[in-house]
Design a protein around this ligand. Structure first.
Ligand code: SAM
Length: 242
């Protein structure tokens, strides 16, 4: 089963490159060059990367450098299904948090596959009951802890934050009201298992799922249990029907 890229789940070559390939070998290099001239999409991703770098400069954190699956120190069984570390972009996380119109104090926010902790740090600027980052890589968890310590110094946290070094499939998710954040931590097979567990867990009053760059949205949408609260090109917010 192909493992998705976290950031470009569904796209392959751009339209310009595909057209170039159709036109033949003379046009192809020209179209590839044209494709590199910043248009609205590349502008957005350039701007998002710029914001990520500015965040790290401002807080002294390390959230932006990617890490390949081989560098995560995962067991072979986990690595087979895992996606590399790549942070969510700040504008996407902020958009998701803005669209979560709920009483934050009643909800626990869980980032599944939290990496270096950027999403948890941004979520904790809202007064959630608690913010939890669950990450399988102990090396990334250590970086997240360090990032949290640096961020805490700035006095911007409005929620307690914990990073848990665990396989997200073994983790005991809080009952009660919760927001589950996913940025393609693993492949479809593990996502199916996780979603099944979230749906079946007893004692839960509300589960809201934020799914960024939803590569496997059909895992949610084939189940009657999920209703869509919000959707745009790169973000879906679901709720498990009560
Ligand atoms: C695409 S990154 C997303 C990081 C973070 N959620 C964000 O949006 O900035 C995916 C993360 O999932 C982690 N991961 C992969 N498989 C996992 C598993 N079974 N349990 C917990 N974390 C996992 C990877 O180590 C990686 O840090």
């Amino acid at each position: 089963m192909p493992i998705p890229s976290a950031s470009r789940p569904a796209s392959g070559a751009s339209v310009a490159v595909r057209v170039g390939a159709l036109l033949g070998r003379w046009w192809y290099p020209v179209v590839v060059l044209l494709d590199r001239i910043p248009g609205p999409v590349s502008w957005r991703s350039w701007n998002a990367r710029r914001q990520g770098r500015a965040f790290d400069r401002r807080y002294g954190t390390d959230t932006q450098a990617h890490a390949a699956v081989a560098a995560l120190g995962l067991s072979p069984a986990l690595a087979r299904h895992a996606v590399h570390y790549e942070p969510s972009t700040i504008p996407k996380v902020q958009r998701a948090l803005r669209h979560l119109r709920l009483p934050h104090r009643e909800y626990v926010f869980v980032d599944v596959g939290s990496g270096k902790g950027l999403v948890s740090l941004l979520a904790a600027r809202y007064p959630f009951r608690r913010v939890i980052g669950v990450e399988a890589s102990s090396a990334l968890c250590r970086i997240a802890e360090r990032n949290l310590a640096l961020y805490r110094l700035r006095g911007v946290l409005r929620a307690p934050v914990d990073f848990v070094n665990a396989n997200a499939l073994d983790h005991e998710y809080p009952a009660g009201k919760r927001v589950v954040y996913l940025y393609n931590p693993f492949d479809e097979m593990l996502l199916e298992t996780l979603v099944e567990r979230l749906v079946r867990q007893n004692g839960v009053q509300d589960t809201v799922v934020v799914y960024v760059n939803p590569a496997h949205r059909h895992v949610f949408e084939k189940r009657d249990a999920f209703t869509t609260l919000y959707r745009d090109r790169t973000l879906v917010i679901y709720r498990i029907a009560q």
